[in-house]
Design a protein around this ligand. Structure first.
Ligand code: NAD
Length: 478
């Protein structure tokens, strides 16, 4: 018996949760439900997080959380409970299977069966943003080795467990050589440990185009947070399964399972909603907690129900569907089909042992880190980079000297192009003078010099090598 936390959510949430749990119980799931209240009522009672402290305790104690969609009230500084839950509980992996159910559910891609594994904690979603000058704001893209190792290993272990043949990685490492470069590098390292699973890397732009056009060419796709956010919706949409897809958010300790759709408030309380998305989330949950044979039984009964043409309004189609049913009737049909398998759609078989081999991250021995320069970011409202160079060169000390200026990453000094458009945000790169080694005092001296000369520095970035390997990018055109 596994105790799980359940939140029935808002809008259609309570209806689809009740029917989902009914199906799970009818199939013999060994779960005990502990219910908590989250969402609209909690928000409107003045809790901007949408969840009470006691509810966190329940979630953390039970570790497994099945959540119906919730309504986030508009305006008023309410925080998305989904984002908060993922971050607080360290749910680093978002897994979304996107499968077409041709010819029973309309889709342009009859043989699509893709699983998107999205990194869920880092990348541009760390929320570290700053305005630095009148004209320029920044968002830090943070990618870590532990983050990459955990998500990439999860993707390969998932593929191995579910008998999938290939894992594809999408990045833009031709441009972001450090951040996406690390993700790709870790992918290659870990792929070597799974010789039985095919692996490949695509640049995200052409990879995304290929996925939208020929999704049958892909199996499991792993990617950093932002790309995964966008492409997991594209994948669900083209599979025709936005209302039918579930997702899992997996952490080292806790996991949360849900439908991908929202609370559809206009359909609430009318016995109309399709419970399939949440049911798919619940099936992933049963697999996760090792009740794989029950998960298998429910999935096959659900596939058979879809195949029998028993459809809720959202997928109902004259000529294809047999019967338009409500939420409850759909659930009863699934229950009646327990123990049966689909004939045309592919039935599923889940391995008995659910445990994925996910070792805890182990920190590697530190590399030899050497300070080899500093980027001084300057707010300057002038236009001509040569003029700025003349000003900034006055900051040269006998330890460091100006070597390059870029504007939005493009080299504008020395030997820039007049045509390059410049904002008021300039990066001035200082390197050690001939025969000198610099240290952090060199940077402090440089900043002091900048104050003296009235140069408005807004931040610095240290330039390091790690075991001799350059840990920073060159200027575009350098
Ligand atoms: P939505 O997914 O609720 O609805 C989009 C469309 O799909 C609507 O026409 C709706 O009627 C239909 N639909 C969705 N689920 C359905 C189902 N199970 N059966 C039949 N039809 C279904 O998206 P929205 O309208 O943009 O958002 C409504 C609310 O849901 C918002 O408050 C939003 O913040 C919230 N939301 C919550 C989650 C979550 O909790 N995970 C996710 C997305 C949106």
């Amino acid at each position: 018996m596994t105790k799980i936390t359940v939140a029935k959510g808002d809008g259609i949430g309570p209806e689809i949760m009740d029917t989902t749990l009914e199906i799970l119980m009818a199939a013999g799931a060994k779960i005990e439900v502990e219910e908590i209240e989250v969402g609209e009522k909690v928000y409107l009672a003045g809790n901007t997080a949408g969840i009470a402290k006691e509810s966190w305790d329940v979630i953390r104690r039970n570790k497994i959380f099945l959540k119906a969609p919730i309504t986030t009230p508009q305006g008023g500084g309410y925080k998305s409970l989904n984002v908060t839950t993922r971050k607080f509980l360290g749910l680093y992996s978002n897994v979304r299977p996107c499968m077409s159910l041709h010819p029973f559910v309309a889709t342009k891609h009859p043989i699509m069966d893709v699983v998107i594994v999205r990194e869920n904690e880092e990348d541009l979603y760390a929320g570290i943003e700053h305005q630095q000058t009148d004209e320029v704001v920044q968002c830090l893209k943070l990618i870590s080795r532990p983050g990459c190792e955990k998500i990439v290993r999860y993707a390969f272990e998932y593929a191995k467990h579910y008998g999938r043949k290939k894992v594809t990685c999408f990045t833009k490492d031709n441009i972001m050589k450090q951040t996406d470069g690390l993700f790709h590098q870790v992918f290659d390292e870990i792929a070597r440990e799974y010789p039985e699973i095919e692996n490949e890397h695509w640049i995200i732009d052409i990879g995304a185009a290929k996925m939208a056009d020929t999704p049958e060419a892909f199996d499991v796709i792993v990617m950093p947070n932002l790309y995964g956010d966008v492409l997991s919706d594209v994948a669900a949409q083209i599979a025709g399964s936005v209302g039918l897809a579930g997702s899992a958010n997996i952490g080292e300790e806790c996991a949360m399972f849900e439908a991908i759709h929202g609370s559809a408030p206009r359909r609430a309380g009318q016995n109309m909603a399709n419970p399939s998305g949440l049911l798919q989330g619940a099936i992933m949950m049963l697999n996760h907690i090792g009740q794989t044979k029950i998960a298998e039984k429910i999935q096959n009964a659900w596939l058979k129900t879809i195949e029998d043409g028993i459809h809720t309004y959202d997928v109902y189609k004259e000529g294809v569907s047999q019967e338009k049913v409500g939420t409850k009737e759909f659930a009863q049909a699934v229950i009646a089909n327990l123990g049966q398998e689909p004939k045309l759609l592919k039935s599923v078989t889940y391995a008995e042992n659910a445990a994925l081999n996910l070792p805890k991250y182990e920190r590697k021995a530190p590399a030899k880190k050497e300070l080899v320069g500093v980027d001084l970011f300057v707010h300057w409202a002038g236009k001509n980079p040569d003029e700025l160079a003349a000003i900034v060169k006055t900051l040269d000390t006998n330890e460091v000297k100006l070597s390059m200026i870029t504007n939005r990453g493009i080299k504008v000094w020395p030997e820039g192009f007049e045509e390059t458009f410049c904002t008021d945000h300039w990066r001035c790169r200082f390197k050690p003078t001939e025969g000198n080694q610099m240290n952090k005092h060199s940077i402090i001296n440089l900043l002091n010099e900048a104050i003296q000369q009235g140069v408005d520095t807004i931040k610095t970035e240290n330039l390091y090598t790690f075991d001799g390997k350059m840990g920073f990018s060159l200027g575009q055109g350098q």
